[in-house]
Design a protein around this ligand. Structure first.
Ligand code: ADP
Ligand code: 5GP
Length: 215
């Protein structure tokens, strides 16, 4: 370590920050705000077989791929985890995630409880799991309708599934109710800040503390 290194610039290992919620509770909204506010955080872009929604960008929101390509990627072991959700397949490509973590970058995941379980099984020490709850089921439906991206039958399916998703709340490290966006965002940001300071992630600490304890 050189003399200009401070505790703020110590090397640390990145973390896998997972945001899950029943569809419509606001995880995309919170994820976008986090990415805008936290330069050290990059989104893990999932692959999916579902059709693109208006406003979505291929390679940014998802890699939109055909079902046969998805199946081939599964067969080739190219996913950390994958799952069927609402009749479509979703998966997390291994891509550059490992390298990003090693270099101290944090990676944000917008995945469901199944993917969360799988990622946690593979990389428990790197994973931080945050579950976002809606303030009520009425408000959840209002948000799904207000988003204007899904047909009525898809909204019904998402609502029917919401309670099943909510039942997995206890598989998460943190649970935040998204009533007011700004206050939910502030809480999620505090979680990220605290998790970055975990001793085990601050891989530069040993060397730094040695400089403090040398006589
Ligand atoms: P998800 O990614 O969980 O499916 P979105 O982030 O797309 O959910 O949010 C669903 C809709 O609810 C969007 O139209 C979004 O603008 C709105 N929304 C998100 N959070 C709040 C909130 N706290 N209060 C009111 N509306 C919200
Ligand atoms: P949507 O179609 O609304 O974008 O996403 C539907 C669901 O799929 C959400 O619950 C989202 O968290 C989940 N999802 C998105 N990407 C992945 C992924 O890579 N893996 C898993 N397991 N779930 C995902």
């Amino acid at each position: 370590m050189n003399s200009t290194t401070t505790p703020d610039t110590l090397h640390r290992r990145g973390l896998m920050f997972i945001l899950s919620s029943p569809s419509g509770a606001g995880k995309t909204t919170i994820a976008r705000k986090l990415l805008a506010a936290e330069p050290g955080l990059a989104m893990s872009v999932s692959a999916t077989t579902r059709p693109m929604r208006p406003g979505e960008v291929d390679g940014h929101d998802y890699h939109f791929i055909a079902a046969d390509i998805f199946a081939q990627m599964v067969a080739d072991g190219e996913f950390y985890e994958w799952a069927h959700v609402f009749g479509n397949s979703y998966g997390t490509p291994r891509g550059h995630i490992r390298a990003a973590l090693k270099a101290g970058g944090d990676v944000l995941f917008d995945i469901d409880w199944q993917g969360t379980q799988q990622l946690h099984q593979q990389a428990a020490a790197d994973v931080v799991r945050v579950f976002i709850l809606p303030p009520s089921l009425t408000e959840l439906r209002r948000r799904l309708e207000g988003r204007g991206t899904d047909a009525a039958d898809v909204i019904d399916a998402r609502m029917a599934r919401a309670q099943a998703e909510i039942s997995h709340w206890d598989g998460y490290d943190y649970v935040v109710v998204n009533d007011d966006v700004e206050s939910c965002f502030a809480k999620v940001r505090q979680i990220l800040a605290a998790e970055r300071l975990r001793r085990t992630r601050q891989t530069g600490l040993i060397e730094f503390v040695r400089t403090l304890t040398q006589v």
